[in-house]
Design a protein around this ligand. Structure first.
Ligand SMILES: Nc1ncnc2c1ncn2[C@@H]1O[C@H](COP(=O)(O)OP(=O)(O)O)[C@@H](O)[C@H]1O
Ligand SMILES: [Mg+2]
Length: 177
């Protein structure tokens, strides 16, 4: 059984956070681990419903997600947070708060994300229909020392998920298989 840990995904919209999360969740569940997911899109329809994309509201959103991660992590759940979390300071605050924390950077250029555009948001951001869009009209601060980098332009989602599983094993959060 696992020790609690928060697997914190950060990366641009369309960089692969939700896709890799789903695979990671499945793999961990198959290994008998307790897993919970806090996906940005879902969080913004309940826990953070009504918040905007200003820096202040983004920070508040990340603080709320971090708070829930902390509660679950201390009850030995593997919590996967898949949120853009563009600001380094917010991510670092959560790392300090939670302690058992792995930062995963889904690295993908804005150009490639815009080409994928799974939700049609880049098109809207580029035309100005959506404002404060990360990577287009809002900042994204890259992590300097992420625990795992998923190069989603060069590896499959399965390979990325596997890297994270190995890191969880390496750090002793889950048993090796
Ligand atoms: N190697 C990869 N890893 C993750 N997603 C990929 C990869 N290659 C292509 N994709 C595609 O990119 C899109 C990523 O979207 P999504 O996972 O929703 O991103 P995010 O949650 O970061 O906004 C999906 O349509 C997915 O199929
Ligand atoms: Mg997503």
């Amino acid at each position: 059984m696992s020790k609690g840990v928060t697997v914190w995904f950060t990366g641009l919209s369309g960089s692969g956070k939700s896709t890799i999360t789903r695979i990671l969740e499945k793999t961990l569940r198959q290994r008998g681990e307790r897993v919970e997911i806090l996906d940005g899109d879902v969080v913004r329809t309940n826990l953070s419903k009504g918040l905007s994309f200003s820096k202040e509201d983004r920070d508040l959103n990340i603080k709320r997600v971090g708070f829930v991660c902390q509660l679950l992590t201390r009850h030995n759940v593997i919590v996967i947070a898949a949120v853009i979390s563009p600001y380094k300071q917010s991510r670092e605050s959560n790392r300090s708060l939670i302690g058992n924390f792995i930062e995963v950077y889904t690295k993908c250029s804005v150009e490639a994300c815009a080409k994928r555009d799974p939700k049609g948001l880049y098109k809207k951001a580029q035309s100005g229909e959506i404002q404060h869009f990360t990577g287009v009209s809002d900042p994204y601060e890259e992590p300097e020392n992420p625990d795992v980098i998923c190069e989603t332009e060069n590896e499959t989602p399965e390979e990325s998920a596997q890297k994270i599983v190995l890191k969880l094993e390496e750090f002793g959060y889950i048993d090796k298989q």
